[in-house]
Design a protein. Sequence first.
Length: 149
Amino acid sequence: MRRIARADAALGVLPDLIAGRAAMLPDGTEATLAPGTAVPPILVAGNSARARRRAARFGDGWIVLQPDPAVLHAQTAELRQFAAEFGRPAPSVTVVAPSLSADAARARTELAGYAAAGVERLILAPTGADWELGYRLAADIQATAVTAR
């Protein structure tokens, strides 16, 4: 079984296994894990259309890393379309490490564009030699957001 098919098979049985319900594994084995517990949100990451389809089919959320803001709106629309095809609610959207301007006011405007595309959560990930600057920018964005209210 290919890696992608294994991932899909695992995601297909994961909620039942977590909840302690019987699940049929791809090899025909019935498995039950005990004790069961409440199923947390299932988050599926990836930047490809295949990842969006997988998130729509199995997930409660889609995580995308450094998406191109120019195409993100179309990608979230595609995600909603896939969810509708599977008869499921559209997954939430999380963006990790968005490309942002170094100017806090401009970055806040860019963040509003992500929200307009349907992004519910952004995770800023300052990295590299100038990582402290990234944290300062995040603080400035937060301060700008508070004063703008």
